[in-house]
Design a protein around this ligand. Structure first.
Ligand SMILES: N=CN[C@@H](CCC(=O)O)C(=O)O
Ligand SMILES: [Zn+2]
Length: 349
């Protein structure tokens, strides 16, 4: 028996797959080549803006149920393929509706600063987010129509710079959201230091984090969310997880499920973390449970089997728990049942 898995970073609300971009990347295109050509996030934004709420909800529920069957009992879900206020709120509403339809806990994230919309500069988009998006979302939160747990930005060259990201994250925090953002993925911008200074709960990616950034995160108690599927798909240098652990940073794991990294299964992520990020199986288990719960500010009720916490657990059909990590791609055979809040919600056929 193991505690339920916690997926600390996903983008599960979208329409239109990007299998054609997988082919382009295999032929040598980089993530940013495709993004700058108007593909990548922009391709998904076009398709997601054209989709209605019912279509988005239906595909989201299918994805969440697949996560359930792979052992996930708490998952972070981002908006970020709307970019304009109307479509960002549409995505957040879809996530809100999913909360009562699937037996798993959702931590929702407003990620309106996921890319710069085609008709705006980054500066204009930042102003729009600060003056229009966040105040509107805050009012929906106050009136009980939406619960939004986290605020996110993609802080990257060609997307939002450190000053713009700082402003968005601070205003999101002031509106009652936890700071949890994409930093130091493709270029070293020292956003880890900025996030630590703002008291970020978590920073994801961190492939390019500096030693000073690691020290700052250790000091502020900011959780590092490592995303091995992204480093694998994009053939990036993996984040320096060993240095982080040694410096006392809690490392969590996320599937980063999105049209670029189509992986819903935390046991696969744990295997990749062991091989690519040099984590032990015990470290990967802590990262995919209690540390991920901490990244989402939910470790008091999730992430371990303890008196007073939710009864979220996996029953395994294997000689030892390590088989969940070791049997790459066979996790649905290894998991014989998933229990959420004390109820069996999935059983192996
Ligand atoms: N890096 C930014 N965001 C996502 C990718 C989203 C996409 O490519 O659609 C990530 O975490 O990997
Ligand atoms: Zn992401």
């Amino acid at each position: 028996m193991l505690t339920g898995l916690v997926d600390a970073h996903t983008h599960p609300v979208w329409a239109g797959d990007r299998v054609h971009e997988f082919a382009m990347k295999l032929a040598g295109a980089t993530y940013m080549d495709i993004h700058q050509m108007g593909g990548g996030i922009h391709f998904t934004v076009n398709n997601t803006c054209s989709a209605n709420e019912e279509t988005l909800l239906s595909s989201l529920l299918t994805r969440l149920r697949q996560m359930n069957q792979s052992g996930t009992t708490l998952v972070e879900c981002k908006s970020g393929y709307g970019l304009d206020l109307e479509n960002e709120v549409k995505m957040l509403r879809v996530i809100e509706q999913a909360r009562t339809r699937v037996p798993l806990e959702i931590s929702s994230t407003y990620c309106g600063a996921h890319a710069v919309p085609k008709n705006k500069t980054a500066e204009e988009a930042t102003k729009d987010i600060l003056e229009s998006h966040i105040p509107h979302i805050k009012s929906l939160m106050s009136s009980g129509l939406l619960r939004v747990d986290n605020v996110d930005v993609f802080c990257e060259v060609g997307v939002f710079d450190v000053a713009q990201s700082r402003a968005i994250l601070q205003v999101g925090k002031d509106a009652g959201m936890q700071i949890n953002f994409h930093g130091e993925e493709l270029n070293r911008l020292h956003s880890a230091e900025m996030g630590a200074e703002l008291g970020a709960h978590a920073i994801s990616h961190l492939e390019e984090v500096s030693p000073a950034g690691i020290t700052a995160m250790a000091r502020s108690g900011t959780v590092a969310v490592a995303l091995p599927t992204t480093a694998y798909m994009l053939r990036l240098r993996p984040p320096p997880v060993r240095d982080m652990i040694q410096q006392g940073v809690a490392v969590a794991l996320g599937s980063d499920f999105n049209p670029n990294a189509h992986c819903l299964a935390m046991p696969i992520v744990m295997n990749l973390a062991c091989v690519m990020l040099h984590m032990s199986m015990q470290e990967a288990l802590a990262a995919a449970t209690i540390n991920s719960a901490q990244a989402l500010g939910q470790s008091s009720m999730h992430g371990s089997l303890e008196k007073g916490k939710w009864g979220n657990l996996l029953l395994l059909d294997a000689p030892t728990w390590e088989h969940l990590v070791y049997q790459l791609g066979c996790h649905t055979n290894v998991i014989s049942a998933v229990v959420f809040k004390g109820e069996v919600i999935h059983e192996k056929l």
